[in-house]
Ligand binder design. Structure first.
Ligand code: GLV
Ligand code: MN
Ligand code: MN
Length: 403
């Protein structure tokens, strides 16, 4: 079972005409990807379980034994996303398990390939929804009330897929079975581009959050309303974006990092020849430290005088430092990288699971876009690394390791 061939099996699912992907939660694309996950697991003799939040676990061994090792990622994408963010971690996990099986290894503790649903929050706006629900980091009530761009609530979308909204919620016992979680992921920046390494080990996820901001105006005719007699919310949005970017840029200086992005807006009525009545925009802000993120948000608010409504805020999530150091050494003293991108691995780390990430070189350094890429040789190096990591971990009961 080869990682390149596995990715090719799903390359047409949710593919847009420009080569990007739109694989949102609770859609036909997700259902097809889940079918692929289930049949690939079955071909390896793994038993698939869908948990109460729609996350999938393909088990080798008996999960009730506890102290399991899980490895995986997600299959959903942002709108017009790339082919690797998420699916690479799952395809590599299956390829690594196939290698272990072919080598006649028998794990002494259960091993799962896991797939978390709605990691990107592309449809309902909150990222890592499947893992956050499982870890109790968001209530089912709040999640089910989230709405997509068509006004469909998550509860309605869950029902439309034949599932019961009341089923969603915290799943501490299921998570407690997992002692160690390894997420392999395509690198989403330029951390490995100019190095001799195909693989790095992740150390932490930066603090990050999403805020909604609303600008109200007065709808009017684009031709008849005098330029001096307008209340145009688009101008306020333009000013807000400029301030957000400048505030981040002023702080985005090594060794620290600060980022601010407005990547999503909704305009009412969204007509070429009408001054908008209202504009909604979403700010995504991240920074290398909690204090810097606070400072960035405060600076934006102070300069624009807008009211930001927080939709999610995730603190710095640190992966198990001793596991990370051990794996970096095991893999040949590969680089250690922080992540400006969010990951389910961060949510699991926060929930007390010993967690590590492996990043596979991306020569374009671009992600969340069709240009996201990894060379075949690096994809296979990623599977080599994951196989080595799993082999090393098998038989080690983390719960019995000294603290
Ligand atoms: C997920 O990829 C995120 O960082 O937003
Ligand atoms: Mn992503
Ligand atoms: Mn991802």
């Amino acid at each position: 079972m080869d990682v390149v061939a596995l990715l090719a099996e799903i390359e047409s699912i949710g593919r847009l005409s420009d080569g990007g992907y739109r694989r949102f939660a609770l859609t036909d694309a997700e259902a097809q990807l889940n079918e692929w996950f289930d049949s690939t697991a079955a071909s390896l003799g793994l038993a698939v379980e869908e948990d109460r939040n729609g996350n999938r676990w393909a088990w080798w061994g008996d999960p009730s034994q506890g102290s399991a090792i899980a490895t995986g990622s997600h299959l959903d994408s942002v709108s017009r996303g790339g082919a690797y963010d998420g699916p690479l971690g799952i395809a590599s996990a299956f390829a690594a398990v196939a290698r272990l099986k072919a080598a006649g290894k028998e794990p002494t503790q259960p091993l799962a390939v896991s797939c978390f649903t709605d990691e990107e929050g592309g449809r309902f706006g909150v990222a890592c929804l499947g893992s956050r629900l499982a870890a109790g980091k968001i209530t089912a009530e709040r999640a089910l009330g989230l709405r997509d761009d068509d006004g469909i609530s998550m509860a309605e979308a869950v029902r439309a897929r034949g599932r019961r909204p009341a089923h969603l919620g915290p799943d501490p016992q299921r998570l407690q079975r997992v002692a160690t979680f390894i997420e392999l992921h395509v690198e989403q920046g330029r951390g490995l581009v100019d190095t001799d390494h195909a693989v790095a080990v992740g150390t932490a996820v930066w603090p990050h959050g999403r805020w909604r901001v609303e600008f109200s105006g007065r709808a009017d005719h684009a031709g008849t309303a005098h330029m001096d007699d307008r209340v145009d919310p688009m101008l306020h949005l333009a000013q807000f974006i400029t301030v957000a970017k400048e505030s981040a840029r002023a702080r985005d200086t090594l060794p620290q990092a600060a980022r601010a992005t407005v990547g999503r807006v909704q305009v009412l009525p969204n007509a070429v020849n009408a001054i908008p009545a209202q504009v909604l925009a979403w700010l995504d802000a991240r920074a290398s430290s909690e204090t810097l993120l606070d400072e960035l948000i405060e600076a934006i608010v102070a300069e624009t005088n807008v009211q930001l409504s927080e939709e999610s805020r995730t603190p710095r999530q640190v992966f198990d430092p001793s596991l990370g150091a051990h794996l970096a050494h095991l893999l040949g003293d590969v680089p250690l990288l922080d992540s400006g991108a969010g990951h389910d691995a961060g949510v699991l780390a926060d929930a007390g699971v010993s967690t590590a990430m492996l990043f596979v070189r991306n020569p374009t350094g671009i992600s969340h876009a069709p240009e996201e890429f990894a060379e075949e040789v690096d994809l296979r190096a990623g599977v080599d690394a994951l196989t080595a990591v799993l082999s090393d971990l098998l038989g080690i009961d983390k719960t019995e390791q000294p603290a």
